[in-house]
Design a protein around this ligand. Structure first.
Ligand SMILES: [Zn+2]
Length: 248
């Protein structure tokens, strides 16, 4: 793993379920920027908390799956989201990670988005317990009804954000694009099928999917952010593919 996001004095460090967690200060900046489009200014800190909890739960999914296969890990929340980094253990003269089969790697990658889906399910259950009106209002859209009083609309806001982050981001993460979770799934899937050129196949899929989503983002959604993000990921995959080609 590339040692980026080095420790700073503004890091937040804590332990959760036995996993060391480090939050880089830029994580809060990015979470704030993502929430700057909220309709209500007071919702911004709430949004930051929602993003923090959701990304932490996502990474916990990966970390718990790693633990199931005997691999220790620590969690890093930084400027481009979260990372669950497997801990190396002393082995012989050096350090090594626990050997895992491709299928175990695939399950570890899927555990992140599915932990988010579980959190979304839990949110829906809370909504149902509150009478279900909140689910109804959320589905009808962000338009507040005259009958909806302020506390409900606050709750609805939180509710929509929780569902949005955990379901929508979960699906984005499952796309077969490097280094998203779906990209890892596709890598281990194709390596298993073809150890010789599987890596190259998964990178080619990443270039095509990333490129397609970049164009789709720009043309269909008018989103420069989506175009830039997927364009960059497609380009990175293309560069990695060149590296793989050179090795043969
Ligand atoms: Zn993940």
């Amino acid at each position: 793993m590339v040692p980026f996001a080095p420790p700073t004095r503004y890091d937040l460090n804590f332990n959760f379920l036995g996993f060391p967690v480090r939050v880089h200060p830029l994580f809060w900046v990015i979470a704030l920027l993502l929430g700057s489009g909220t309709r209500n200014l007071l919702m911004i800190p709430v949004w930051v908390v929602i993003v923090f909890i959701s990304i932490l739960v996502h990474e916990l999914g990966h970390a718990l799956a790693f633990r199931r296969y005997g691999q220790d890990s620590h969690i890093l929340l930084h400027f481009s989201g979260g990372l669950t980094i497997p801990q190396s253990v002393p082995f012989g003269g050096g350090y090594a990670s626990v050997g895992m089969t491709p299928n175990e790697h695939i399950l570890v990658s899927l555990a992140g988005p599915f932990a988010g889906f579980l959190l979304a399910g839990l949110t829906l259950a809370v909504g149902a317990a509150l009478g279900g009106d909140i689910i109804f209002t959320s589905i009808l859209g962000v338009v507040p009804f005259p009958v909806v009083v302020l506390p409900i609309s606050w709750l609805t806001d939180i509710f929509i954000s929780m569902l949005w982050v955990n379901i929508f981001w979960g699906f984005i993460n499952l796309l077969p694009v490097y280094p998203l979770d779906g990209g890892q799934v596709s890598r281990y899937f194709f390596i298993q099928r073809d150890p010789y050129s599987g890596l190259r196949t998964s990178l080619l899929i990443s270039v095509i999917t990333g490129g397609f989503l970049a164009v789709l983002g720009l043309v269909a959604f008018g989103s420069t952010y989506m175009a830039l993000m997927f364009g960059l990921l497609a380009f990175q995959s293309y560069q990695m593919m060149q590296g793989v080609n050179r090795m043969y």
